[in-house]
Design a protein around this ligand. Structure first.
Ligand code: PCA
Length: 199
């Protein structure tokens, strides 16, 4: 079995992105499955180009995409990706779409195909604060999740995919009144999500 796990590069004011910091530190193998790690750019256009090719190259059985959700208190496992790009802030290419579909003539939404509820339960059993989220937003993370699920659907691939949003880590909020979670806890949460998805 092979698992593709992605994190994002930093964006906005941030110097680091806890999603990639955590993914980087995953072991090379989880439950005997090979872990392939990749850092994605925070760019609507590049994610649409890179992710389908990456999936075709790696041929993963499971795809776990991760991203930063600054301000969220818990690990949030996303249930759904919607076919829209709508943003008040520019992406790292300076692009700021409004009400644009990710793909024309494509479904309004896709549900995650990893076991969302079971992952949340396993995280809580490991004393990691976790919740199901019913929106991944309309920025680049939602686009990545939609692109992966759409690519799997239209090509009939035998792969499961989902998205996990992670909070800031403490070093990002030293001067902000914002919640954070330790990098080690985030890393462990992603590892547990991989393990549960492989069951
Ligand atoms: N979070 C952003 C994009 C990249 C990331 O880590 C989001 O939630 O859309």
């Amino acid at each position: 079995m092979r698992v593709l796990v992605t994190g994002f590069e930093p964006f906005g004011e941030e110097k680091i992105n806890p999603s990639w910091e955590a993914v980087k530190e995953l072991p090379e193998e989880i439950s005997k499955a090979e872990i392939v790690k990749h850092e994605l750019p925070v760019s609507f256009k590049k994610v649409k180009e890179i992710l389908p090719n990456l999936i075709d190259e790696v041929k993963p059985d499971i795809i776990i995409l991760t991203g930063q959700a600054g301000g969220r208190t818990n690990i949030t496992v996303e249930r759904v990706a919607v076919n829209v790009m709508d943003s008040k802030k520019e992406d790292n290419d300076g692009y700021k779409p409004e009400d644009e579909p990710i793909y024309e003539n494509a479904p309004a939404a896709y549900f995650a195909t990893i076991p969302v509820k079971r992952i949340v339960k396993a995280l809580r059993e490991n004393k990691i604060p976790a919740m199901v989220s019913n929106t991944a937003g309309t920025y680049v993370c939602n686009t990545a999740m939609y692109v992966a699920l759409h690519h799997i659907a239209v090509n009939n691939l035998n792969a499961k995919a989902g998205f996990i949003h992670v909070p800031y880590i403490p070093e990002q909020v030293l001067e902000k009144a914002q919640p954070s979670m330790s990098l080690e806890m985030i890393r462990k949460a992603i590892e547990i999500a991989v393990r549960e998805s492989l069951l």
